[in-house]
Every structure is written in C-alpha cells, then in structure tokens.
Write a protein that binds this ligand. Structure first.
Ligand code: ADP
Ligand code: MG
Ligand code: ZN
Length: 491
C-alpha cells in the first residue's frame, strides 16, 4: 500500500496595478476620459504610445513617485543609483512597438515585506516582497467572434507597477489575504484604484506543492484571468487539489500558465511557460538611467499617508471600533476618510461607524457600478453628521433618518433642514406635549373619570389619543410622564 504523502502548498503572487496618474507613462496622453466625456476607443493616443517611428519616450515623474511610495510602504529598498528601463521584446497586436518598456535587472524597489493578517486562519504571515517595478500597460484587445479582433490603444502606455512576492504564502486563504492587504495599501497611498473588477489591479497566482518538510520547491503553475480575490482563492484551491492528485498518482506537473474559468470553476492550460531569455531584455536606449534623489525619496517618506494597519489600530484602540468595522472601513480608503470626517464633526465613533458602514454604504454600493465613490456622494460628511446627531438626540427615529438619508444622499441638501421643514422630527418639547395632554384630557372627561376611579386600563386609550393628536410625533416617554403628572397630580 502506498504511503500517503502530505504536501505543503507554496504560493507566490504577482500583481500588476495601474498607477493613478493623469497622463501616460511616456507621453502626455490622458489615462482616462474626462468627466462627462464619452469613453471612445482609440481617442487617447499619440505617436509615442502608438509606437510610431522617430518618437521618444519621456518618463512620467508621478508614476515614479507612486512606485517609490509603494516601495516605502512595503519596507523595500528604494534604488537611488541608476535604475535602467529595459525593453522586453515580444510580438503581439496589443504591443504597438513590438516591445514593452519595463525594468528587469535592477527594479526601482526591492527586498520589502508585508505582514498580512489571515483572519480565517487566526494567523499573520510575513510575506517577503521581491520587487516593485515600473512598466507600461498594453493595448486592450477585444475579440469579436471567429473572424476578427479589435484593438483599443487607449490603455497602451498607461503606467503599470508590478509587485512580486517571494513564494512565502502557504494556503489559498493567505494568498487572498495578501491580495486584499496590498489593495488596501495601494488605495491608502493613492497609488492605484486597486479594482480587480475593472482590471486596474490584476493578480497572478503561482502555486506548487512539495512533500512536507522538503526544502526544494515543486513545479509551479501560474494562474491568470482572476478578476476577484475570491477567484484567486478558488483558483488556488483548484490547483492545490489538482497538483495533489497528480503527485499522488506519481505524475510530473508541467510548468505552465493556466487561465481561470470562473463559470466552470476550474483552470485551463493556456501555454507552457516562456523563459526570461525569450524576451531578449536589453537596456532601453531612448531613456537615461533613472536616479531618484535621496532627498526626493525622503520627502515622499515624510509625506506617507496613514497606512491601513495604522488606521485599523487607531480605529480599534483610540475609537473603540470592532475589528469588523475597522476592517470594512479600511478596505475602502474613501469610506475611511468619509468616516474620519464625520467623526471630526463631533459624532461619536460608534454611531458614525454604524451609519457609514451601514445605510450609507448600502446606498453607495447601489451606485458602485456607475463608479460612485464616497468622495463623490453629494451628501458631505457634515450633512451625515447632522443627521446622526438628530437620531442620537432622539429628535428623529432611525426609520425616519434612513428615509431622510436616502433623499439627501444624491441631492446633498441639509438633513436637518428637511426634518424641520417637513416636521419629521419627534415632538420632544415638554410644553407642546403638556398642551396636547391637557387638550386630550379636556375632550375625554368620561375616560378621565374612569381612570381616576381606579379603572386604569383606560390609560392606554388616553396615550393613543395624545399620539393621534400629535400625529405620532410625540416622544413616548414624555407623553407618559406628562399624562401621569396631569392625571395623578393636582385635580
Ligand atoms: P517567472 O520568471 O516564471 O515569472 P519568478 O521566479 O519570477 O518566475 O516567480 C514568479 C512568482 O512565482 C513569484 O511570486 C515567485 O515567488 C513565485 N514562485 C516561484 N517559484 C515558485 C514555486 N515553485 N511555487 C510557487 N510559487 C513560486
Ligand atoms: Mg512572472
Ligand atoms: Zn500617447
């Protein structure tokens, strides 16, 4: 009988993230359509990003800054010596020059690390970062059935950062947690939108198995086409099972690139893996070596925004939020900034977190497909703070407040103004309630006499009359107090 071998999962991750610059990597074409403009294919192009002969690239300073910021956030060494751009040569219709300008031998950032909490395993893994380098994106191909494909060069030359880890992850859940932690960082420092769905962040998972305790790495498979963190985790799980089965049968795995088929929930072989020398990398002769000044790097380090880990710790320790709320808020830096602004208006952290992660997020997510982010919501943090204050003081019920939020969310007018204009607020004015009670008692002498004779069941009827008289707006506790005072008090 065969001895059952136990295997260890080994995963390394490569991430490509589009950098948040306004212009492309080596020319001045815009990276996105202007607000309100239609996004037509092949409108953001010029001789440089179309690869026409005789053009010269110019390095985008902001793109370099964003990679350095990322490197610093990942505790990398930032190269201040001569970083060369290199040409990665291959032919494909999405690559107009026939080569991609990238960095190879000496990346801008290298040797970093990221500590990643893995809640599902109750652990935290330390992931070594091999490198973070700068390159340019390719055009987008659109395959139109059997007989043709279309190409849109708007994406050609958009600044792209590649971040590669060492093979330090030991489970699909860890791989996913790493991806999410990295996305949070990229969003916090404003390096990238980090959207898997729109392709501004793309992940490749490299996975292999080896017998427990073995020192050498097994044959790896690279999986592409992952458009969510869930797909990454599922694809890695699929591969782990496939490898274990093959190895269990004594088979050799082929080093290859596979694509994830989301619908079928499995990976499919795409091509056997090319070697680096297939690309004939060589120094880009049209660009000078890049030498980031140490003072520049120091300035970027000094201006580093608060990172997700620090923000989560602040939310938990200084503001007393739950781990869940802290995680939800920091997964979307704009939501976190919105929340911070609501708290800055004087709202207590817990109700602020409840509203921002609750009803506010629900309304936001309903419009997420249109690209709405917290910063674009018409109701500004001061407005939400106003509304929460009305709820907290008992002036309006939570139900009323949700209605008011839904109305002001896209329109942006003052919730308090609406509450006052439409008298949505509860009646908490003792004098007004006193008057309502007096009037009800005066109008129902028989019931009052009944109550005073000891038949106190009639009390509920009187409460109902007062509520009706105030159109249901009176604060129940005050009505009760006032009714008892007038019924039981001086006669
Ligand atoms: P390639 O040249 O094929 O792109 P690299 O050595 O650059 O391979 O590694 C790419 C990614 O794959 C890195 O994240 C690395 O950590 C990971 N990796 C390398 N070898 C293995 C392996 N045997 N198992 C799992 N991941 C691996
Ligand atoms: Mg690779
Ligand atoms: Zn251009």
């Amino acid at each position: 009988m065969a001895v059952l071998t136990r295997y260890e999962t080994v995963i390394g991750i490569e991430v490509h993230a589009q950098l948040r610059t306004s212009s492309k990597m080596f020319c001045s074409c815009p990276t996105g359509a202007a607000a309100g403009e239609p996004d037509e294919p092949n409108t953001r192009v010029c001789p440089v990003c179309l690869g026409l002969p005789g053009t010269l690239p110019v390095i985008n300073r902001r793109a370099v800054e964003l990679v350095i910021l990322t490197g610093l956030a990942l505790e990398c060494h930032v190269e201040t010596d001569a970083v060369r751009f290199e040409r990665k040569n291959y032919f494909y219709p999405d690559l107009p020059k026939g080569y991609q300008i990238s960095q190879y031998a000496l990346p801008l950032c290298s040797g970093g690390r990221l500590s990643v909490p893995v809640p599902s395993e109750g652990t935290e893994v330390l992931v070594d970062i091999t490198r973070a380098h700068l390159e340019e994106d390719t055009a987008r191909l659109q395959h139109g059935g059997r007989d043709h494909s279309l190409v849109d060069f708007n994406r050609a030359g958009v600044p792209l950062m590649e971040i590669v880890t060492e093979p330090d992850l030991r489970s699909p859940a860890q791989a996913r947690a790493y991806g999410e932690a990295l996305r949070d960082i990229l969003r916090h420092i404003g390096a990238s939108d980090g959207d898997m769905e729109t392709g501004s962040m793309r992940i490749e998972g490299n996975v292999s198995l080896r017998p427990m305790g073995a020192a050498d790495l097994g044959t790896k498979v690279e999986v592409k086409n992952l458009n969510s963190f869930r797909s990454l985790e599922r694809a890695m799980e699929f591969e782990v099972a496939r490898h274990a089965e093959a190895l269990g049968r004594g088979e050799q795995l082929t080093q290859e690139t596979r694509g994830w088929d989301e619908g079928k929930g499995r990976t499919v072989s795409q091509r056997s893996k090319e070697e680096a020398n297939d690309y004939r990398y060589f120094p880009e002769p049209d660009l000078p070596p890049l030498r980031p000044a140490a003072e520049w790097v120091a300035r970027l380090r000094a201006g580093m925004p608060e990172l997700p880990v620090a923000r989560r710790t602040r939310y938990r320790q200084s503001l007393g939020l739950s781990a869940y709320d802290a995680a939800v808020l920091t997964a979307d830096v704009e939501l976190a900034e919105y929340f911070d602004a609501v708290v800055a208006e004087g709202v207590a952290p817990k109700p602020a977190a409840n509203w921002v992660t609750g009803e506010f997020s629900r309304l936001l997510n309903a419009r997420a497909a249109d690209g709405l982010r917290a910063s674009g919501v018409a109701l500004r943090p001061a407005g939400l703070a106003e509304l929460i204050a009305e709820v907290e003081s008992g002036a309006v019920s939570t139900t009323t407040a949700k209605t008011v939020l839904a109305r002001t969310f896209h329109a942006g007018e003052s919730p308090r103004a609406i509450i006052e204009a439409e008298e949505l607020g509860g009646l908490s004015d003792t004098r007004a309630i006193g008057e309502a009670v007096s009037e009800v008692l005066a109008n129902h002498p028989a019931q009052v006499a009944e109550y005073r004779s000891g038949k106190t069941q009639i009390y509920g009827f009187l409460v109902g009359q007062v509520m009706r008289h105030t159109a249901g707006r009176a604060d129940g506790r005050l009505v009760d107090e006032e009714l008892r005072r007038q019924l039981d008090g001086e006669q």
